[in-house]
Design a protein around this ligand. Structure first.
Ligand SMILES: Cc1ncc(CO)c(N)n1
Length: 231
């Protein structure tokens, strides 16, 4: 059956997202096991890199708020599942906490969040988010990108909290922020929404969503690269 995941009413066994994760494994691993993340995990992280990441991520998160609001708007217009709104709204609420946390964390490290100059990789990532907010981008594409953005952080920081990790004590709270179980559940909820949308999407929309997923992974790698300070 052309362009369909269903045969005789049975769903294919491997989900769309699982297929992508297998197909693009090395890029996914590149985004979630970046040298910066590995250096946190093995305790060799350079603190000036960490501070640079903190500053740049604050800028990113501020730009992420209108993006998530845009996903919310698309859900309201395009989805018939009211629970999607609840999940996305919980994401907005956690961004509110996140912004407060950045301010607190920055003062702990003596980092000023005023007048930060966004680096090129950050500007490009924010521009990508802005393009996804356009009303001609489908909800399916936007929710897929949203899931991918959150999941890269979840997967990366959870890796730094595994039993054999040597993450420095003063960085554990950062890792907990995205590596905790509640955040994992939230990413799973986003994944099931994205998967449901993808299963019923026409081929061209599914292809656009896959391209957006790959774009997210590439932007995430570039984002981690900024922490080296050699951008
Ligand atoms: C660059 C980046 N990607 C993902 C997240 C997760 O919210 C974040 N805070 N920053």
């Amino acid at each position: 059956m052309e362009g369909s995941n269903e045969e005789e009413g049975k769903k294919s066994e491997v989900s769309v997202i699982e297929t992508w994760l297998r197909k693009h494994r090395s890029l996914y691993v590149g985004a979630t096991r970046h040298p910066f993340i590995r250096s946190i995990r093995d305790g060799t992280v350079d603190l000036s890199s960490f501070k640079r990441w903190l500053e740049q991520d604050y800028i990113f998160v501020r730009a992420f708020v209108p993006f998530v609001a845009g996903v919310l708007l698309k859900a309201w217009k395009e989805s018939f599942e009211s629970t999607d709104i609840d999940v996305i709204l919980s994401g907005v609420a956690s961004l509110n906490d996140e912004i407060a946390w950045f301010k607190k964390e920055a003062s702990k490290w003596g980092v000023s969040l005023i007048n930060i100059v966004p680096q090129k990789a950050n500007q490009e990532y924010c521009r990508f988010l802005e393009r996804l907010m356009s009303s001609d981008v489908e909800y399916t594409v936007a929710i897929t990108a949203f899931w991918a953005i959150e999941s890269v952080y979840q997967d990366s920081f959870a890796h730094c909290l595994e039993d054999d990790s040597k993450t420095p004590e003063e960085l554990k709270e950062t890792c907990q922020r995205w590596g905790n179980d509640g955040f994992r559940q939230y990413c799973r909820a986003l994944q099931s929404i994205a998967e449901r949308q993808l299963e019923k999407a026409p081929d061209d929309v599914r292809e656009k969503a896959e391209a957006a997923f790959l774009d997210v992974l590439e932007h995430e790698v570039e984002f981690w690269n900024m922490s080296h300070g050699d951008t």
